[in-house]
Design a protein around this ligand. Structure first.
Ligand code: OGA
Ligand code: MN
Length: 233
């Protein structure tokens, strides 16, 4: 299934260096994207997902107006997850070799945005102690049209919109976690993705990474309207 065609485009390092952002359509091959999409939708049907929260540690909270997605962390338990995590590992090595970012590990979750949901403009690593340095998002949606909303919008430091990216299956976006403001515009159809973060080693606080496992994360299951479940893409 792997072939040279799906290795990182050689220019992605240049794009990251000059603009802080790299957009790679067709980065993940269709067979793998399909397997990942089926996993995320199966999770939705089984209520295996939970509402995403904002903030870290003590400050974590659920604010639907800010962020409306449901998430499930990848645990490498399926072949599709392992293959995708393998691709992220190659990116980690290439970025470390070229940019000396010292990226140590990656964390990744599936994300499903129901119709009407979005994620307001934010920076992924806003607090100084956040170890995230490079963000990656893989989109899993076939045949996305602009009129369906749900685009990734990227802004400059003054809040001016620079670019929009359609969440189309196979597209991988990389951007610097500390400096690139971005948003998920409100979507009109179910929007599936995997969001991942390459992190520095948290040597001084080995338990910090466990903050996301706090029991208050467990919320009621996602919308289980059978018509919607049948209407998946
Ligand atoms: C995030 C995020 C962007 C996207 O999960 O932090 O900004 O396009 N996702 O899904
Ligand atoms: Mn983000």
């Amino acid at each position: 299934m792997e072939s040279a065609a799906y290795l990182p485009a050689p220019c992605f390092i240049d794009d990251l260096t000059t603009t802080g952002l790299a957009v790679m359509p067709g980065f993940v091959e269709p067979v793998l994207v399909t397997a990942l999409r089926e996993e995320v939708h199966a999770g939705r049907a089984l209520a295996g997902m939970r509402r995403a929260r904002i903030g870290r540690g003590e400050g974590r909270r659920l604010v639907s107006a800010v962020r409306g997605d449901w998430i499930r962390w990848l645990d490498g338990s399926t072949e599709a997850q392992q293959r995708f995590l393998g691709q992220l590992e190659r990116i980690r090595q290439e970025v470390n070799a070229a940019l000396l970012l010292g990226l140590f590990e990656v964390e990744a979750h599936f994300a499903l945005y129901p119709p009407g949901a979005g994620y307001q403009r934010h920076v992924d690593a806003f607090q100084h102690d956040n170890p995230r340095r490079l963000s990656a998002v893989l989109y899993l949606n076939r045949h996305w049209r602009r009129s369906q909303g749900g685009e990734l919008a990227v802004y400059d430091a003054e809040g001016r919109e620079l670019r929009r990216v359609l969440p189309e299956a196979g597209t991988l976006v990389l951007f610097l976690s500390q400096t690139v403001p971005h948003a998920v515009l409100p979507t009109r159809r179910w929007r599936a993705s995997i969001a991942a973060w390459f992190r520095l080693r948290e040597a001084d606080n080995p338990l910090a990474g466990l903050a996301r496992l706090q029991p208050d994360d467990i919320a009621s299951p996602p919308v289980a309207d059978p018509r919607r479940l049948r209407g998946r893409d």
